[in-house]
Design a protein around this ligand. Sequence first.
Ligand code: B1M
Length: 214
Amino acid sequence: MAVDLQALADNIIKGKKGPAVELTREALDEGIGPEAIISNGLIAGMAVVGERFKKNEFYVPEVLIAARAMHACMDLLKPLLEESGVQPVGKVIIGTVKGDLHDIGKNLVAMMLQGNGFEVVDLGVDVAPEKFIDSVKETGATVIALSALLTTTMPGMKQTIDALQAAGVRDNVKVMIGGAPVTQKFSDEIGADGYAPDAASAVDLAKVLVGVAA
Ligand code: B1M
């Protein structure tokens, strides 16, 4: 019987890792390509998760459980994608700025980006501007996503943008920022390319910044 990718999406939404992985395996056995499984199963599911999170119908635990199921399926699909040379939607470097150890929101953003076809280079927490610069040079990523949860570490976002400018790589990347105390006004003030209030919006913004959405 043909595997129903909507059933896969439903299992992602419910965070049912075992059944989701099983359906992914069955879909592959039936010859369904990894791109279709990702688009119509994983991304479709994570898109609903993102929407429900935006509407406060889902909270952090549900999102993390869904993302864990998505990741387990991606583990099966990643090697096949690499073999088939499918290009990611874009490459994003993400990190929590220097002095800041909060990573729950940042991880959600990273997972949602991955779930939507982006390659994500996660530099972790307490990331100094120089580390972002090195990573831009090494990976050729075209977007940097900065997270800050403390008012005292928000200036690290401007310092990172200034450091990118001083290193001559500011024009190579778009910088997007987020985190509970961050606002659109702050984004405008420090010369970032965009602000996203939550993980689902961060995906929408990243798509715009890499030019796959208007
Ligand atoms: Co901290 N903490 N904390 N903390 N902590 C806050 C942020 C605080 C608001 C609590 C409070 O006082 N009410 C307060 C900050 C006050 C301020 O600056 N105005 C605070 C403080 C003061 C501190 C310490 C200084 C406490 C101390 O030691 N005296 C200390 C600082 C440590 C450091 O970083 N150097 C500290 C430590 C910690 C823990 C380690 C205990 C823990 C972090 C664990 C971890 O992350 N691994 C922690 C936690 C858990 C919190 C709260 C309770 C929850 C944060 C969280 O994870 N939210 C927080 C209070 C609160 O927010 N209610 C608090 C859930 C998460 C999903 O939301 O991170 O906002 P959020 O992410 C969202 C969006 O903001 C957005 O998308 C996410 C998903 O929708 N987003 C992005 C985030 N990053 C993005 C990047 C993007 C786009 C969107 O890129 C473009």
